[in-house]
Design a binder for this molecule. Structure first.
Ligand code: COA
Length: 661
């Protein structure tokens, strides 16, 4: 079955209506736009003209502004506008009674085949449809503001909406150049607003419960979750009053939220955010947005799962109830909210068991029912579907495989490879067997094109407590020098490896363990980790590069302090003088390492290598040789396919796919 759409009527010429009319005209349809006064309509047409001019300048529309705008006719006569329309999109005020009144008129005056869509963000489609005699042809079509630029449309079925209506509406939205998600049940807030409401409510509760302050929440959202804005920053930006009203409507329709009054307080005080000059942050003047300062280190304290666990729970409920597919929910998060990942992708990354743990913790503390982990999440945990770490969660991570050698475990999780030092009973002390196995595995991974970044970490409570002292007994000075060389060779291999290597320091990182970590490109430490060069306590000195790498990393004075005293320092102190790049909670360590590794893994392997060698060889020779190497490699990169891909992706506004060629 098909329906040929020639003419579209757009009812309401406000912010959304005029944008939708513009989209329809760009897509080549005849459009009739209706509102209650000529003045409003003229204003809308002026805005469309301005916007089309901008799009034309940028080459985003091919036809001239005049041709596109000539497809739009304006009228204050609703009946006339819908009389020969094949598709009607209503975008009037968000008041149910008003919408029902308009739908009744449209129904009575439009041809029987015409589909009637409502652009609502919160009202029940079914109740709007019941004002008509064609509820099967009534559908929700939720555009985002501004419709011309925002890529997503939520398509919502009412109770009686037919499959055919869904199909035609979906096709039309795609002709408008939009991506769509289908919401199968008419639930308040659909996908995007429900997820957003959960994230807001969680952020709010984190602050009122004293887990973190507003800046820490926002910094975590921005830096740990990669959200385009902090939660409170977004509230200020879009208007706290708007969020307040949207939430009110959701709550009136049965959406359960508990806790937090922060938004209500701001609302009552008339502090709506940017528009009033004050909200959660203060702005130079009303209407003038300046990004609040969010120091990156403020993102270290809060486990980001506290921000999104409730949204994941909500999304799991939607999937279990058949409201939307997991793919559509994730798409809605990416395109409607600008998140770099969908909630289920976050869930897989953080581990479903950890999501459940956080939800249960809050449920136990507060008794709020919306925090009861959804049965789907519980089932996944019981079945061992924990996310990336188990190879399967909401999505499958097919290439997950593990190989156990005698001293290490190699886990391939493309594009990452994990190496677990695995002598936990000896605190992963390094012996010659481990050196050999590490060396072999590194050689093998170096040639595997699908592996982009390596992560080394330890099983048990140590990263590595140094060289295996039990092997020291009976060594002659000459054999000890050879042993030192062997260790140095391995760590040099790590240092000059052609792919980035991250050390995830899960506990004791001592002696040879610290020397190995220092040869890696980055060190991310659990707050439980302790670092040191304790060789002095054995009547020795570091023998695997420690005297050289430590002094280069943290300077001569500090290096001497650590080496002469042999003392262990906690990760936080190591962070202060740059011995580690980052400290995170113990539970978060592997997730953080994975997140960071995945971020780097997206880059061109050739650029990463060129950057590494320029930095390293420059530091070890002199700035002039380093500069010469930098220029040569910079030039060389212009000959790569990755460079062409990088520039093309930038121009096409998409994410590049680098191949290392
Ligand atoms: N070589 C060989 N075995 C080691 C080791 C090393 N570098 N580090 C720890 N182990 C062994 C311990 O001997 C112990 O074995 P056991 O159970 O057979 O007695 C086991 O690992 C657990 O260590 P233990 O000392 O009981 O744990 P702890 O929590 O009390 O102390 C450390 C942890 C790291 C402080 C302590 O083990 C230590 O100082 N290790 C030596 C670190 C060192 O000097 N490294 C440089 C070597 S050049």
């Amino acid at each position: 079955m098909s329906l040929e759409i020639k003419k579209i009527a757009v009812i309401g010429a406000g912010t959304m209506g005029h944008g939708i009319a513009e989209l329809a005209a760009i897509a080549g349809y005849k459009v009739s736009i209706v509102d209650i006064s000529d003045e409003i309509l003229q204003n809308a047409l002026n805005k469309i003209q301005w916007s089309l001019g901008k799009l034309y300048e940028k080459g985003q529309v091919k036809e001239s502004v005049e041709i596109i705008i000539s497809r739009i006719s304006k009228t204050i006569n609703l009946i006339e506008a819908v009389r020969d329309a094949d598709f009607v999109i209503e975008a009037i005020i968000e008041k149910l009674e008003e919408k029902r009144r308009v739908f009744q008129i449209i129904d009575e005056n439009s041809p029987p085949h015409t589909i009637l869509a409502t652009n609502t963000s919160s009202l029940p489609i079914t109740e709007i449809a019941s004002a008509t005699r064609r509820p099967d042809k009534v559908i929700g079509m939720h555009f985002f503001n501004p419709p011309v630029l925002m890529p997503l449309v939520e398509i919502i079925r009412g109770k009686d909406t037919s499959d055919f209506t869904v199909q035609i509406t979906n096709e039309l939205a795609k002709k408008f150049g939009k991506q769509t998600v289908i919401v199968n049940k008419d639930i308040p807030g659909f996908i995007v607003n429900r997820i957003l409401a959960r994230v807001f409510n969680s952020a709010c509760n984190i602050v009122t419960e004293g887990k973190a302050d507003i800046i820490e929440v926002d910094s975590t959202a921005r830096y740990k979750l990669g959200f385009p804005m902090g939660i409170f920053e977004l509230a200020d930006y879009s208007g706290i009053d708007i969020f307040y009203y949207v939430l009110q409507v959701l709550v009136e329709r049965g959406f359960k939220v508990h806790g937090c009054n922060l938004f209500l307080e701001k609302f009552k005080a008339g502090e709506y955010g940017v528009k009033t000059g004050k909200g959660f942050y203060t702005y130079p003047s009303p209407g003038k947005f300046v990004k609040p300062e969010l120091p990156k280190e403020k993102s270290e304290k809060l486990n980001p799962l506290y921000i999104i666990a409730l949204a994941i729970n909500e999304a799991a409920w939607m999937v279990r109830e058949g409201i939307a597919s997991k793919e559509d929910i994730d798409k809605a998060c990416r395109l409607g909210l600008g998140y770099p990942k969908g909630v289920f992708e976050y869930a897989d990354e953080f581990g479903i068991d950890n999501v459940v743990k956080i939800l249960e913790e809050i449920k136990k503390e507060k008794g709020w029912e919306e925090y009861s982990p959804d049965p789907l999440l519980i089932q996944m945990v019981n079945e061992g579907r924990l996310g990336i770490k188990s190879g399967k969660g909401f999505y499958e991570y097919g290439k997950f495989e593990e190989r156990k050698l005698s001293t290490i475990i190699l886990r391939i999780e493309e594009p990452l490879a994990w190496i677990f030092l695995n002598r936990p009973e000896r605190l992963n002390a390094l012996n010659l067997e481990m050196v050999k196995e590490l060396s072999q595995v590194l050689d093998e991974l170096e040639l595997n094109e699908r592996i982009r970044v390596l992560i080394i970490t330890g099983m048990g409570r140590a990263f590595c407590a140094g060289a295996d002292v039990t092997g020291f007994q009976g060594l002659t000075p000459f054999l000890a020098a050879i042993l030192s060389r062997r260790f140095q060779e391995l760590f040099n291999k790590i240092d000059f490896y052609t792919k980035p290597i991250i050390a995830a320091l899960n506990g004791y990182t001592l002696g040879g363990g610290l020397e190995m970590a220092m040869a890696c490109d980055f060190r991310i430490a659990s707050e439980q980790a302790e670092l040191g060069q304790p060789e002095i306590n054995l009547g020795l000195i570091p023998g695997a590069g420690g005297t050289q790498r430590l002094s280069r990393l943290i300077g001569e004075g500090k290096a001497k302090e650590l080496i002469y005293t042999g003392e262990r320092i906690p990760a936080k102190e190591a962070l202060n003088f740059g011995l580690v790049n980052k400290v995170v909670s113990h539970d978060e360590l592997l997730n953080e390492a994975r997140r960071f590794a995945l971020k780097i893994a997206e880059k061109s392997p050739l650029s990463l290598l060129a950057a590494k060698y320029s930095i390293k060889f420059g530091l070890e020779s002199n700035i002039w040789s380093g500069m010469a190497l930098e220029s040569s490699l910079f030039g060389l990169l212009f000959s790569t396919e990755d460079f062409i891909e990088g520039v093309s992706a930038f121009l096409e506004k998409r994410k590049p796919k680098f191949k290392g060629k």
